[in-house]
Design a binder for this molecule. Structure first.
Ligand code: WT7
Length: 637
């Protein structure tokens, strides 16, 4: 068996056993065989979850961009690294070879250097899905700067919070972006954000929509002339294994977003290994993940994982329904996509439009189909498998998180197949456990509980930027000596896992991880809102949608309430982004509370789920009477 490629079930079983028994030896062999190191590690793993402290490949020196780009030049300089598919289907696609990518990354790296960016500095990237996004990410990595990509759908307030949290002094953006038939004024959003970011002294602007924008004197510069003048060669900065590679923010169940810090060597080894085995990438395949690079899926499985394997990876600028609901399949046909990776919410939205949008296209190039971001329901799984995969493509339902860096539970098509709604078995090196209410591991195979991981893997986030205590409290405190995922799961008699959803105050809406607390904070700023509680409820397309229970400071007429409701969503759009808008807003006289004054979200969740048969004991509530009135006026009856 090649230690890199798992060819069959025996390979998987043997590798899995070895990966659990001798974890260090296992990753040592993979890391030695497949990557370019400037210096080998002195120790594979050092960890203590109680601190928590996790170090992989300590002592090693490398640069991840040499692994993503330079080392492929010897044999594959002219192979396409990135295919850029623009929003407008009548515009030309762009094919960037590995050689060209090297030149573009180096030029960009030299521009960053000329702006005073040094190793360890944070660089905020707020760009649409255009080549500059991937290039700027890699340019940061080239010189050891830490990239912090902020999804370009986030609002100015959300952007400012993220810029300030990790103290970025430079922002990379564009004059605007295309989104289907619309254009978005990205630069305007940046300008607004920077009003509250005093430390940003440089903004580099890519030209995309050629709009007339404001360029602040001494601060803003167009990228193009700077790139034109920059040299195509740039030595890769030597990085230590545990030097941060990037920060990526994810919502938490409380307060501000968490800047998850991923480091260099472990992240590289793990994303490369999972990409190769789970997507079964073969030389000359064309791989497409429809995510945005602003999310972890894009970091690990559009940029790093594919490029580390010398793959051809597609970047799509547009949306699934422009110019019509056949766009994805048009792209699959046009570029002969072999591996296609998307989210359940997209699958459901497309399935709903009917097969007439699929049938005109030749999808015979497809070999593996992937899904990520939330549990996939049975119906969507079957539609994907039958209508898109023509019953010949394995489906990889990949479970993971921003914090995990790479896929932890997923089918590996060569080794074992998928099963509708199940993420199936742990990847090599991953040791899941289900915990009961009392914090004990459930040892029966068939079980349901809280999903934890008992042992570190190379790409686990090492800390939360600037808040190691929060890292410990969030992930390592609920259960002793385990990483707690925040998800619930069940395990069948064959040990296959099915993720049942979040067990904390995070709701996954259209595959986006949204903390309810920051949304409540945003709307509580409304002059007439006394308090609010937001919970998720099932939604046909989005998976979950948000339901807000809101109490007002003063009695309001029906027409005033309508105004307040639209102001609530406007506030959310402004503070967080349109993705966090509420689908349902119920004005209530009060919220159910414990005697210590804590809002009982569990009860509100049941009401939103139309599951009021068994609310449990509510007699201990401070205000049990309020529950019946909320049920009577529920918008989800
Ligand atoms: C949460 C993490 C990992 C990239 C995208 C989301 C949910 C993710 C699955 C799946 C069921 C899933 C979990 C997880 N989730 N993939 N295949 N089946 N649930 O990253 O924004 O950090 O969200 O997404 O609840 O905890 P994220």
């Amino acid at each position: 068996m090649s230690s890199f490629y798992l060819n069959n079930l025996t390979d998987y079983n043997t590798a899995y056993e070895a990966s659990v028994k001798n974890t260090e030896q296992f990753w040592d062999a993979i890391a030695k065989k497949n990557f370019l190191w400037k210096k080998r590690w002195s120790r594979v793993l050092e960890y203590d979850f109680s601190v928590p402290k996790i170090k992989w490949f300590e002592g090693a020196e490398l640069n991840i961009t040499e692994n993503c780009i330079d080392r492929h030049l010897e044999n594959n300089a002219d192979k396409t690294a990135i295919i850029f598919e623009p929003n407008d289907p009548s515009s030309e696609s762009e094919y960037i070879t590995y050689k060209e990518l090297q030149g573009r990354v180096n030029k960009f790296a030299n521009v960053l250097k000329s702006k005073g960016v040094n190793k360890g500095d944070r660089v905020c990237i707020y760009l649409p899905m255009i080549p500059e996004l991937a290039v700027s990410v890699l340019a940061c990595a080239r010189i050891g700067a830490i990239h912090s990509v902020v999804f370009a759908g986030f609002s100015s307030t959300a952007l400012a919070t993220r810029i300030n949290d990790c103290d970025c002094k430079i922002v990379i953006t564009s004059d605007g972006s295309y989104r289907g038939a619309k254009t978005i004024d990205l630069k305007g959003i940046v300008d607004e954000a920077l009003e509250s970011c005093p430390n940003v002294n440089s903004v580099l602007v890519a030209k995309r929509i050629h709009s007339n924008i404001n360029m602040a004197n001494g601060r803003d510069e167009w990228l193009e002339p700077l790139l034109n003048d920059a040299s195509e060669s740039c030595d890769a900065t030597v990085m230590n294994a545990e030097d941060p590679l990037f920060i990526l923010y994810t919502s938490g169940s409380t307060g501000k977003p968490k800047g998850m810090v991923h480091t260099t060597a472990g992240y590289m080894v793990y994303t490369a290994h999972t990409f190769k085995n789970i997507f079964q990438y073969q030389e000359d395949d064309v791989y497409w993940c429809t995510a945005d690079i602003g999310w972890i899926t894009g970091h690990s499985y559009i940029v790093y994982g594919p490029l580390l394997n010398g793959a051809t990876t597609v970047m799509f600028e547009g949306v699934p329904n422009y110019p019509n609901y056949g766009r994805f399949w048009d792209i699959v046909q046009k570029h002969n996509i072999n591996q296609f990776y998307t989210a359940p919410t997209a699958i459901r939205a497309l399935a709903k439009q009917g097969d007439d949008f699929v049938n005109p296209y030749d999808l015979s190039s497809l070999k593996v189909l992937g899904t990520v971001g939330e549990p996939i329901n049975d119906e969507a799984w079957h539609w994907y498998s039958t209508t898109i995969g023509k019953n010949k493509c394995p489906i990889v339902d990949t479970w993971w998180q921003t914090e995990t860096g790479g896929i932890l539970i997923s089918p590996i098509p060569n080794c074992f197949s998928g099963k509708p709604t199940y993420a199936t078995l742990p990847f090599v090196g991953i040791q899941p456990a289900l915990m009961d209410e009392n914090g004990n591991e459930i040892l029966n195979t068939k079980a349901e509980g809280r999903l934890c991981i008992k042992f570190p893997w190379p790409s686990i986030a090492r800390t939360i930027w600037g808040d190691h205590k929060r890292y410990k409290d969030t992930y390592f405190s609920a259960f002793a000596n385990c990483y707690f995922t925040g998800d619930g799961a069940l395990r069948d008699e064959n040990g296959h896992y099915r993720i049942t959803g979040r067990v904390d105050d995070v709701v996954i809406v259209s595959g986006h991880n949204l903390g309810t607390a920051p949304i409540e904070d945003a709307i509580n700023e409304h002059r007439n809102i006394a308090e609010s509680a937001i919970v998720g409820f099932p939604h046909d397309i989005k998976g979950n949608a948000l339901y807000g229970f809101v109490t007002l400071k003063s009695e309001s007429s029906e027409s005033e309430i309508e105004v307040i409701k639209s102001e609530i969503n406007a506030l959310i759009s402004k503070k967080i982004g349109p993705i966090a808008k509420l689908d349902k807003i119920q004005i209530t006289k009060g919220l159910p509370k414990t005697r210590s004054g804590k809002i009982m979200r569990r009860i509100l969740r049941k009401i939103a789920h139309k599951d009021t048969g068994n609310l449990g004991d509510i007699s201990t509530l401070l205000n049990p009477d309020v529950v019946q009135s909320i049920i009577d006026n529920s918008l989800n009856k």
